[in-house]
Structures are given as structure tokens and as C-alpha cells.
Design a protein around this ligand. Structure first.
Ligand code: BMP
Length: 259
């Protein structure tokens, strides 16, 4: 059987500052729940963030789906994040050459580098994509999350591609904080945070290829660290009490794998 370390121990092994910070938040707040708030009005996102903030370690955004996005949105979200001690994760899935992603990260409408504690990256363009983030994250300590596997049906992020993404992470472990994945593979060392989307209690999937597992399955059976829940929480009529249920299930799975 695998030997699992605690999140406190992992915080000390982390090679990226945001990974260390996240492991510490998880240990302090006793939560390995991240929520994907895929709502399209800024006030809806902010209201949900404030109402569930005490239950989560990370709030994941897709800022390019917010109809009325503006700088005030980011300003308010940052205040809510510091009030409740969670991190902000912009799921941008950068995938271009280094020079282009540098502009996409730092410029445009969103200025993601100014406020996101972590962002996602596809490795299709090769490891030099990471160089596009270096200047900026040297200053902020932000973390990169590499997409090693995806939750959707027919995903091409499998097999040798997945192995190459893990290798890319290890070669750049100052900048890379962890992986988006569906399972812990032997080669994923303990300095990385493993985050898993495609989580819901009461559904197996949607009509557009999403596939769901339970918190217990991915954390206890598959060995990943953080569950990412979207519609399972924000579409529930009682999002706060539903968030507590996911938090408790994921934390119980974490504790039981330690024994
Ligand atoms: P939901 O729980 O509503 O299916 O949302 C899942 C969230 O995780 C979405 O924001 C999606 O963009 C993201 N995601 C995913 O579903 N699968 C992946 O492999 C990677 C993702 O970032």
C-alpha cells in the first residue's frame, strides 16, 4: 500500500511557494475542497464566494465567462479571499508558445498575473511555455498547474502524454505547484498538489462529455489531494450546506488514507 504523508508534511516538501501555502491552508482550515464557480454574473460569483469561503481552500474561476467582468470584481474577490483565507485559481488553460502566453497572462482585459494565485497550463507546445510565466511568478510566487489528465470522455491527455507532463513538472518544480489529474501516479512526487475535477455525488456525467466520481473515490482510492466541485455545489438550492457535505466527505477520505 502507498504511504501517504499529511498535508503539513507536504507543505515542507513543496518546491513552489503557493503549493506550500495551499497545503498549510488545507491543514489549518481542515478542507481539501475547491469550488469551481462557473457563474456568469460578477455579483453571483462574489455572493457564492462569501457564503462558502469558510469551507474551501481554493476558489476556481473562469473569468472569461463573466458578462460584466471588471477590475472591481477582482478587487472584491481578493478581499473575500483574504477574509476567508482561500486562494484564487484562474483556470485559463494556457497552451501557446512562451512569448504569447506571457502576454495572455500579464495583459489584455484580465491581467491574470496580477491576482491569480495559480493557473492551469496545457503542455502541448512543449516545456518552453513555462518560460512565458517566469518573470511574473518570480515576483508573485504564483503556481502553475499542469494538465496531466482530464475528466472528460475521450481525453487525449493519457499514457505517454501524462508521463511527459509529470516530467515537465519535475524539471520545473520551482514554478509548477502540481497537476490536474484523476489519480496519483507513482512518479508524482509529494512536493506537488494533485487537484481533481469531475466530482459530484449525484451524477455520473453531463450531456457534453463530463464524467463524475465521488470525493471518496478520488481521494481515498485514487490518492489525489484536492477535489474541485462545480455544478454539484453552485447549482444546488443550498450551496453552503452542500459545500459542507463535500468538504466533510473529502476530508474524511484524506484522514482515512493516512491510517
Ligand atoms: P463541474 O463540476 O460543474 O462539472 O465543473 C468542473 C470544472 O472543472 C469546470 O470549471 C471545468 O472547466 C474544470 N475542469 C474539468 O471539468 N475537467 C478537467 O479535466 C479540467 C478542468 O479544469
Amino acid at each position: 500500500a502507498k504511504k501517504y504523508l499529511t498535508y503539513e508534511e507536504r507543505a515542507k516538501l513543496a518546491t513552489n511557494p503557493t503549493a506550500s501555502k495551499l497545503f498549510n491552508i488545507m491543514a489549518t482550515k481542515k478542507t481539501n475542497l475547491a469550488v469551481a464557480v462557473d457563474l456568469t454574473r460578477k455579483q453571483e460569483v462574489l455572493n457564492l464566494a462569501d457564503s462558502i469561503g469558510s469551507e474551501i481552500c481554493v476558489l476556481k474561476t473562469h473569468v472569461d465567462i463573466i458578462d460584466d467582468y471588471d477590475q472591481d470584481f477582482v478587487h472584491q474577490l481578493e478581499q473575500i479571499a483574504s477574509k476567508h483565507n482561500f486562494l484564487i485559481f484562474e483556470d485559463r488553460k494556457f497552451a501557446d508558445i512562451g512569448n504569447t502566453v506571457k502576454y495572455q497572462f500579464e495583459s489584455g482585459v484580465y491581467h491574470i498575473s496580477k491576482w491569480a494565485h495559480m493557473v492551469t497550463i496545457h503542455g502541448v507546445a512543449g516545456p518552453a511555455i513555462i518560460d512565458g510565466f517566469r518573470d511574473s511568478i518570480k515576483q508573485t510566487g504564483a503556481g502553475l498547474l499542469l494538465l496531466a489528465q482530464m475528466s472528460s470522455k475521450g481525453s487525449l491527455c493519457v499514457g505517454e502524454y501524462t508521463n511527459q507532463m509529470i516530467e515537465m513538472g519535475k524539471q520545473n518544480s520551482d514554478a509548477v505547484m502540481g497537476f490536474i489529474c484523476q489519480e496519483r501516479l507513482e512518479s508524482m512526487s509529494d512536493n506537488f498538489v494533485l487537484m481533481t475535477p469531475g466530482i459530484q455525488f449525484n451524477s455520473k456525467g453531463d450531456s457534453m462529455g463530463q464524467q463524475y466520481n465521488t470525493p471518496d473515490y478520488v481521494v481515498k482510492e485514487k490518492g489525489t489531494d484536492v477535489i474541485i466541485v462545480g455544478r454539484g455545489i453552485y447549482q444546488n438550492s443550498e450551496p453552503k450546506s452542500e459545500a459542507i457535505k463535500y468538504k466533510q466527505a473529502a476530508w474524511a477520505a484524506y484522514e482515512s488514507r493516512l491510517n
